[in-house]
Design a protein around this ligand. Structure first.
Ligand code: AMP
Ligand code: ZN
Length: 397
């Protein structure tokens, strides 16, 4: 078995070789909990779940960590607008996140780390960057990362600072910005009136962490300074993951994550599904239209995680019909469970090893069901085995 995955660091397909044999440390940027997730977000988490399931299927011991971003610019805005406390708002949407996760049959991560539980770790990391000269304080008490000090800055997004800007010496307090505006970014944001009650009194003063440092501190705390795979959607590449790499590697002097894997976007009418464009659907919207979350999962498999996919109700309705067909055919196989068909298993592995080619892998399901030479018991065993990867929940029908 040779798993080939697309590594965003090289932009190439590479053979997956973990740092420690048989073990995989996996980190996923989790949701910013100020709203319901949309199904574009869920594409990112179904992709990670699929990857994790396949790594486990391949015999790896996977330690999966996902953060919950419960303090960040957008959350503070929501706290102020909705007159709610940070804790109440973020705990509510974290629970909603878990409900949707379960409806999609996503295996829970080993750890869900809340950013607000790791403020001390973030402060330590920022102090290390200050000591090493990669960060500096501004007159208001904030701390910024000096991107010009990091000779490798841009290595994930594949640009050279010198090509991008004549002078990237500005500073950005906002967490999200475009590559063209690459500038020093905030590690620690000194308290301002608009932050209201959201602040921590620390060695760095009164304030709150920047978004990027949150993931560096939590991932390294749980998985070590170097770990295997970091996942997220492509919009995380810049600036979030670029900044995570910069902060982490400058602080430790070691490689941060060996592989970065990014899912492409779910689109609506050719545009990224996003909260800001308002062109999004939640899982509840799908359920209200008679679509089982598992049918959405099945539909996602019809294209590769690394290609852009346009969402339409027509397509996902087709997946709903397919899921109903699959469930019925599976139940019609009876109660006996035979042995897994090795020919099909070999093909499944071949397809999944190819950067998780789910479309081809899925086609095997229909082939198995149609095959007159396999006994129902053999079909059942093979489908159950495959479902460890697909996660359609056939075992609980
Ligand atoms: P956020 O809560 O905005 O940080 O997003 C959570 C995850 O969803 C991140 O990994 C994003 O990259 C991903 N994401 C956001 N929008 C989309 C989309 N339209 N399609 C696929 N992934 C997305
Ligand atoms: Zn992150």
């Amino acid at each position: 078995m040779t798993l080939i995955i697309k590594n965003s660091l090289s932009s190439e397909k590479e053979v997956f070789k973990p740092i420690n044999e048989g073990e995989v440390g996996l980190y996923t940027c989790g949701p910013t909990v100020y709203n319901h997730l949309h199904i574009g977000n869920w594409r990112a988490y179904v992709f990670t779940d699929l990857l994790k399931r396949y790594l486990k299927y391949s015999g790896y011991d996977v330690l999966h960590v996902m953060n919950i971003t419960d303090v960040e610019d957008k959350i503070i805005l929501a706290v102020i607008e909705q007159h709610r406390s940070l804790k109440e708002l973020t705990e509510f949407y974290t629970e909603e996140f878990f409900k949707d996760r379960d409806a999609l049959n996503i295996i829970p991560a080993n750890f869900y780390t809340k950013a607000t539980d790791y403020i001390n770790e973030m402060v330590s990391l920022i102090k290390k960057l200050l000591e090493k000269g990669y960060a500096y304080r501004t007159s208001d008490g904030s701390v910024y990362f000096d991107i010009n000090k990091d000779k490798e800055y841009g290595k994930l997004s594949h640009f050279k600072l010198s090509d991008l800007k004549e002078d990237a010496k500005g500073r950005l307090k906002k967490d999200e910005y475009e590559k063209e505006n690459a500038q020093d970014f905030a590690l620690w944001k000194a308290w301002v009136e608009e932050d209201g009650s959201v602040f921590w009194e620390t060695d760095l003063g009164k304030g709150r962490p920047g978004w990027h440092i949150e993931c560096s501190a939590m991932s390294m705390n749980k998985l070590g300074e170097s770990f295997d795979i970091h996942t997220g959607g492509v919009d995380n590449i810049f600036p979030h993951h670029e900044n995570e790499i910069a902060q982490s590697e400058c602080a430790t002097g070691k490689m941060f994550a060996k592989y970065f894997m990014h899912n492409e976007h779910l689109l609506v009418d050719g545009k990224k599904m996003s909260k800001s464009l308002g062109n999004f659907y939640t899982l509840e919207d799908l359920i209200n239209k008679g679509i089982d979350p598992i049918a959405f999962r099945l539909w996602l498999y019809t294209s590769n995680y690394s290609t852009r996919t346009n969402f339409t109700f027509e397509a996902v309705n087709g997946a709903q019909t397919a899921l109903e067909r699959l469930r019925k055919a599976y139940l019609d196989l009876g109660n006996d469970i035979g042995t897994v068909n090795t020919g099909y298993k070999t093909r499944l592995i071949e397809y999944m090893d190819d950067n998780l080619n789910t479309a081809r892998a899925l086609s095997l399901v229909w082939e198995i069901l149609k095959n007159k030479e396999l006994s129902p018991a053999e079909k059942k065993a093979t489908l159950l085995d495959f479902d460890k990867i697909f996660g359609f929940g056939l075992d609980s029908l």
